[in-house]
Design a protein around this ligand. Sequence first.
Ligand code: KE4
Length: 423
Amino acid sequence: MDDISRALFEKAGTCIPGGVNSPVRACRTVDSVPLFIAGAKGSRVTDVDGRDYVDFVLSWGPMILGHAEPSVVDAVCRAAARGTSFGAPCPDEVALAEELVSALPGVDMARMVNSGTEAAMSALRLARAVTGRDRLLKFIGCYHGHADPFLAAAGSGVATLSIPGTPGVPAAVTANTLLAPYNDLGAARACFERYGETIAAVIVEPVAANMGLVPPVPGFLEGLRELASQYGALLVFDEVITGFRVAYGGAQTRFAVDPDLTVLGKIVGGGLPVGVFGGKRCFMEHVAPQGPMYQAGTLSGNPLAMAAGLATLCMLKTMDYSALEDRVAAFARALGEILRAKGVPAQTPCIASLFGLFFSEREVRCFADAQLCDQKLFTCFYQQMRAQGIYLAPSAFETGMVSFAHSDEDFARALDAAGKVRF
Ligand code: KE4
């Protein structure tokens, strides 16, 4: 069934660590061989063995218009014909920055980089430069890319102090990283009461999507805004997933909470490598060469990536987010009903075009809750859905993504497949 993928994966394993260029793609937690993708169009991907799948991964978020959207492909091809990289300013960098400023209330200026990791790393450096402070508060289960300060695990005893979450990260680096459970405003407040004058930034996924899908409880984001202001820390919204997905103006518009800095990626590059950090002018003016905080990148503002991002946002501005949200909500509700009717505990939270799946009796509000979910049931579900042509994220700690290209037939096919899963 996936002979060519298996052969390619074996070959890849001889020259690429784990056979993949990003760990989650290896499908290890769902005990599967990764599918090698030959191509994609709209809501569908086709693997190298010629099998077609309804895609609910969408390259982990960027492909909100669907794959190979003609206007995006055309913009990239036209840009490529003019040259692929200049290492000098190009008009589309200005156009994309202006569109971000226009769309996002918390962004007066933006700096292009090449990944969400680079954007989050730079935003943290900026917060530290602006405040002269070293500490960072992040939330357990939120992911902000793989820069050292964010790869912290909960330390022993004192809930807030952390230790390196992976070899290669110095303890001295994560010693400045404070941790609190997501949706726990009391724990965040306790961090500020104890360390407030030394905290440069509090960074948060305004809708958590890297522990499965966990929306903010009412008041959580507003409370972080108040705490950051009260203690002189910067509030950083990591909108790499939520930006232009939970609303055209991102979570900061949807929840009407104004971050000091915003981190973006995925959709703003239209599938090409782009990250962005942006924010209030008074902060962004610290960034070199306007200010002293150094940050740089050879391919930052790459003309092809700018063209893809601009074409994507230009089309998104015309799309009906509310109609898509209603369709995704109906799908998530039906999926939960089908699974519970089989006698398995299932929670299917959703917001905008994101949906989650937890095999759990109770609502998941933080990473500790997510860890209690049944991973074996998820693996069973993942494997049988993939065998029926439904391509889900190969991890219980990821989130389902839907595009404007997904049809009612795609949803029906996924629900029909779910109805046939045997646990
Ligand atoms: P990148 O460096 O992967 O472009 O972005 C890092 C990042 C930052 N912030 C959030 C909220 C993110 O979700 C991510 C990356 N997301 C993961 C999956 N949820 C990317 C997939 C992967 O690591 O292969």
